[in-house]
Ligand binder design. Structure first.
Ligand code: ATP
Ligand code: PAU
Ligand code: K
Length: 259
C-alpha cells in the first residue's frame, strides 16, 4: 500500500492507494498534521496491512514538511519520496513542457495538478484552477506546453485581509457568494471575494479561449473552495484530488509501480 500526501498551506490531505484503487483517505489542519495523519493512517490500515512506500508533495514550510517526513520514517519505516517540479514530463503520450523561467521554483502542487490534468485530457487546451489557501490557475496549450499561470489570495485569505485591515468590516458567519448586491457586511464580503475569484477565472478563460480559437478550453477545478467556485462555470469539472492524482502518476513512474 502506498501512502500519498499533499501538504498545502492550510491542510494536509492523504490517501492510501494500491493497484486496486484508493483504500482510505483523510485530511487534517497543518498545525498538528504529523501526529494526526499518522493516527488516521494507522486506523485506516487493515489487520496485517502495511505501508510499503510513501510519496509527499509539500508547499508548506520546511519544518512542517520535515515533521511529516520524520513521522512517516519513525512510524512506518518508509523514506518518503519528495515530489518536485520538473522541466518536462511525458504524460499520456504528450510532452508536458514546464514554461516557468525557473521550472524548479514552480510550486510542486501546481506541477502535479498540470500533470494530472493532461493525463485525463491530453491534446486539448486546459485551464486548471486550485482554490485553496491561495488560488492558483494554470494554462496548458493543446500540444502540452505549460504556459505558466496566476497566483492570487484564496477566498478565506481575502476575507481575513478585510477583517484584519479595516476598522468596521466585521462579520461572524461566512456567507456563500451570491450575484446580487450584499445587504449586510457578511454578504457584501462573500460576494466581493467570491466574484473576485470568479472574475479572475473568467478573465483567464477568456485569454485561453482567444489563444486557441475553435478549440474549446476544458476548465478543471480543485481545492477546498473549488466547489463554491465551480457553480459559476458551466461545463467545468471538479477534481478535488488533482494534486494527489498527479503525485500518483509521478510516484508510479519515479519510484516504481504501485504496490
Ligand atoms: N474542512 C476544511 N478545513 C479547512 N478548510 C476548508 C475545509 N473545507 C473547505 N475549506 C476551505 O478550503 C480552503 C483550503 O483549501 P485546501 O484544503 O485546498 O487548502 P490548501 O491545500 O492548504 O491550500 P493551498 O493548496 O493553496 O496551499 C480554506 O481556505 C477553506 O475556505
Ligand atoms: C502558489 C502556491 C501557494 C499554491 O499552493 C504554491 O504552489 C507555492 O507556494 N508555489 C511557489 C511559487 C510559485 O509557484 O511560483
Ligand atoms: K491552491
Amino acid at each position: 500500500m502506498r501512502l500519498e500526501v499533499d501538504q498545502g498551506n492550510t491542510r494536509v490531505k492523504w490517501r492510501l492507494s494500491s493497484v486496486q484503487g484508493v483504500h482510505a483517505e483523510g485530511s487534517h489542519l497543518n498545525l498538528s498534521a504529523a501526529s494526526e495523519l499518522v493516527n488516521g493512517v494507522e486506523l485506516a490500515l487493515g489487520q496485517g496491512e502495511g505501508i510499503t512506500s510513501a510519496a509527499l508533495a509539500s508547499v508548506a514550510g520546511a519544518e512542517h514538511q520535515q515533521a511529516l517526513v520524520d513521522a512517516l520514517q519513525v512510524t512506518f519505516g518508509v523514506t518518503a519520496f519528495l515530489a518536485r517540479s520538473e522541466p518536462s514530463r511525458s504524460v499520456a503520450g504528450v510532452a508536458v513542457m514546464n514554461g516557468y523561467d525557473d521550472p524548479l521554483s514552480l510550486g510542486v502542487d501546481r506541477w502535479l495538478a498540470v500533470i494530472a490534468a493532461v493525463a485525463e485530457f491530453p491534446g486539448v487546451p486546459l485551464v486548471v484552477v486550485d482554490a485553496g489557501s491561495a488560488i492558483n490557475i494554470e494554462v496548458i496549450a493543446p500540444d502540452g506546453r505549460y504556459l505558466g499561470g496566476y497566483i492570487a489570495p484564496g477566498l478565506s485569505m481575502m476575507s481575513k485581509a478585510l477583517l484584519n485591515n479595516t476598522g468596521r468590516v466585521m462579520f461572524d458567519v461566512v456567507e456563500k457568494a451570491i450575484m446580487a448586491p450584499g445587504i449586510n457586511t457578511a454578504q457584501a464580503v462573500a460576494g466581493g471575494v467570491g466574484l473576485a475569484a470568479m472574475g479572475l477565472v473568467d478573465r483567464v478563460l477568456g485569454y485561453a479561449q482567444s489563444s486557441w480559437p475553435g478549440q474549446p478550453v476544458t476548465l478543471i477545478v480543485a481545492g477546498g473552495d473549488g466547489n463554491d467556485l465551480i457553480d459559476g462555470f458551466r461545463g467545468a469539472l471538479y477534481r478535488p484530488n488533482l494534486v494527489l492524482d498527479g503525485l500518483s502518476i509521478m510516484a508510479s513512474n519515479g519510484v516504481g509501480a504501485v504496490d
